[in-house]
Design a binder for this molecule. Structure first.
Ligand code: NDP
Length: 324
């Protein structure tokens, strides 16, 4: 028997049900895992609430770390006892044990603890592709990063600043501003009180920024476009405040021949070699101390509903894990 969280309907945090389940043996290409830490991500909220529709009932959660207990036929490179983590594959990471395909699993180096892995795989792989593949940020660039004190935010602040990129970060409170600055964010904007585009123009002497990383969506979309320099790139990668409403493409012309992309982690990690390259790059910057990872919030798995409430109410900073 195992414990897992499932949803039978979409809605508020109360639809998360803590249930008993039975675990079978892993089939061909599958592994059975004992999970030690589970990652909480904002996409879990979109899936639970129905913003991203799912066939129901459904498991929930995309990220965890743990130990391989058994492998099915055809799984050549994993064996019982291996420490692993993943960020992707079928939903169902909110569980103390599970059977899943081996494809998304990566082995953990000794330098990475289980709780760090669960706190960073999904958000760190996202930061990696945004910084290195979506825009190729480099020394001397200045970028605008929304929700800079969030899970993806604190990782991206550290990684960008280590590359010599000046980060302008938006945050929801003075406490989050201090946290973002302590993680390499050069300038913070309190976007509940301040005009984002005006502050960006002040900081950049009127030029605007060549790249905006926008995970907030509806509430920041317009200000993000107004913060870009000509030929700038709008990276709309999330919608914590709600989905971006339809917009007229002509705006991109009138605001300076702008580019817009709406990337997903799944697309960027679809090829195994890309997943391994990104995971290795992430492990390297964490192991050498360039990017520090600590779960700033931890909840028992059974209290996942409270974790969702806190995440949605903007009470969390950095990464959050659930402990089975
Ligand atoms: P965060 O820890 O960043 O939490 C979301 C943060 O967004 C909040 O803490 C809050 O910070 C800010 N926010 C602004 N407006 C709202 C609002 N109305 N309601 C709630 N929060 C708001 O979450 P994650 O690190 O898990 O994810 C960050 C974003 O990145 C999410 O939008 C997520 O969907 C996206 N994402 C996209 C991926 C992709 O590949 N496309 C992959 C991974 C994540 P503050 O209080 O400072 O405003």
């Amino acid at each position: 028997m195992t414990k897992q969280i499932r949803i039978h309907e979409t809605g508020g945090p109360d639809v998360l049900r803590y249930e008993d389940a039975t675990l079978g043996a892993p089939g061909p290409g599958q592994v059975r895992l004992r999970q030690t830490a589970v990652g909480l991500n904002f996409i879990d909220v979109y899936q639970r609430s129905g913003l991203y529709p799912l066939p129901l009932p459904s498991g929930i959660g995309l990220e965890a770390a743990g130990i391989v207990e058994a492998v099915g036929d055809g799984v050549a490179d994993l064996r019982p006892g291996d420490r692993i983590a993943y960020a992707g594959g079928p939903l169902g990471a909110y569980a103390d044990a599970r059977v899943m395909p081996a494809g998304p699993l990566v082995k953990l180096p000794d330098a990475i603890k289980d709780e760090q892995a669960a706190a960073m795989m999904l958000q760190g792989l996202t930061a990696h592709y945004l910084i290195h593949r979506t825009c190729r940020a480099k020394l001397g660039d200045t970028v605008l990063l929304h929700a800079a004190a969030g899970g993806v935010g604190l990782i991206a602040c550290q990684w960008l600043s280590a590359l010599g990129v000046t980060v302008i970060g938006t945050v929801g409170s003075e406490e989050k501003a201090a946290l973002a600055r302590a993680h390499g964010c050069a300038h913070t904007i309190l976007y509940r009180d301040e005009n984002i585009a005006e502050r960006v123009r002040d900081i950049t002497n009127g030029a605007g920024v060549p790249v905006v990383f926008d995970s907030v969506g509806k509430d920041t979309w317009a200000a993000s476009l107004d913060s870009l320099s000509p030929l700038g790139l709008m990276v709309s990668y999330g919608n914590a405040s709600g989905a971006v409403p339809p917009f007229a493409v002509g705006q991109l012309a009138s605001k300076g021949s702008l580019f817009v992309t709406r990337p997903t982690l799944a697309t960027y990690m679809a090829r195994r070699e890309d997943l391994e390259a990104a995971a290795n790059a992430l492990f390297a910057v964490v192991a050498d101390g360039t990017v520090k990872i600590a779960a700033l919030q931890s909840y028992p798995l059974a209290d996942a509903a409270q974790a969702h409430r806190d995440l949605e109410a903007r009470r969390t900073s950095g990464s959050t894990i659930l402990i089975p």
